[in-house]
Design a protein around this ligand. Structure first.
Ligand SMILES: [Fe+2]
Length: 204
C-alpha cells in the first residue's frame, strides 16, 4: 500500500507548519515576499525536531536519500528529509523553486554555484562555484530560483547529515538538472522520493 502525503499531517508541529504555509501563500503567493515570510514558520519547525522519526533519518549509502513527510496536492509544497551518508556528497543540482533547508543532524558543507550561460545549448551549462559554507547543526539556508538555486551538499560529520526541506513544489516529481562543473554537462533527472513508489503515487 503506497503512502499518501497530501492529507493533513498527523504530527502537530508539521500540521501547524502547513497551516502557516497556507496563510503565507494566501498573503504573499506569487510575490518576492513569499520566501522571507516563510522563514519564521520554518524556524518554528526546526526548534524541536524530536518528532522526526528514525526512519526519516536513515541513510542509503551510495545515494542521496529523501524521505517525504508531506506533499500538497496543488503541488506547491513538499516537506522531506534529505540524508547524506558520512563521507558522501550530492550531485551539483538545482530545485527550480524557492524554499528553506534546516540541518537537523550532523554537519555539512554547502557549495553554492551560479550559472553563467543562457541555457540555450541543450545538455550544456557553464556552472561555477561562487561560495562554500560550513552549515552547523540548526543552520537554516534558503534556496531561491533562479539565482541561488544550484548547490552541492557534502556531509562532514561522522554520522549521516539530515536536513529538513520545505520547498514550494513537489521536488521529487520535477524534471530538473544535475551539473558537472568541469565538463559543463547538464543532465535532466527526476529524483523521486526514497519512500514513494515510482515518481509519484498521486499521478504526477
Ligand atoms: Fe538541494
Amino acid at each position: 500500500m503506497p503512502e499518501s502525503f497530501y492529507f493533513e499531517p498527523v504530527e502537530p508541529v508539521l500540521r501547524r507548519f502547513v497551516e502557516d504555509f497556507r496563510n503565507v501563500v494566501a498573503r504573499e503567493g506569487g510575490t518576492p515576499g513569499l520566501l522571507p515570510a516563510l522563514k519564521g514558520p520554518a524556524e518554528t519547525l526546526l526548534q524541536d525536531t524530536s518528532w522526526i522519526t528514525e526512519a526519516q533519518r536513515q541513510a542509503v549509502p551510495g545515494t542521496t536519500a529523501t524521505w517525504a513527510l508531506y506533499r500538497s496536492q496543488e503541488p506547491d509544497l513538499c516537506i522531506f528529509t534529505m540524508v547524506v551518508a558520512p563521507g558522501e556528497m550530492t550531485k551539483v543540482h538545482n530545485h527550480l523553486t524557492d524554499g528553506w533547508v534546516g540541518l537537523v543532524q550532523g554537519e555539512q558543507i554547502e557549495r553554492k554555484f551560479r550559472r553563467f550561460d543562457n541555457g540555450a545549448r541543450p545538455g550544456y551549462a557553464d556552472i561555477r562555484l561562487v561560495e562554500e559554507e560550513r552549515i552547523p547543526l540548526g543552520g537554516l539556508t534558503s534556496i531561491r530560483h533562479p539565482d541561488e538555486d544550484i548547490h552541492q551538499i557534502l556531509t562532514m560529520s561522522r554520522e549521516a547529515s539530515v536536513s529538513l526541506h520545505v520547498l514550494c513544489n513537489d521536488l521529487g516529481t520535477v524534471a530538473r538538472q544535475s551539473f558537472d562543473p568541469d565538463t559543463h554537462e547538464a543532465t535532466t533527472f527526476v529524483s523521486g522520493y526514497t519512500n514513494v513508489d515510482g515518481a509519484s503515487n498521486i499521478n504526477r
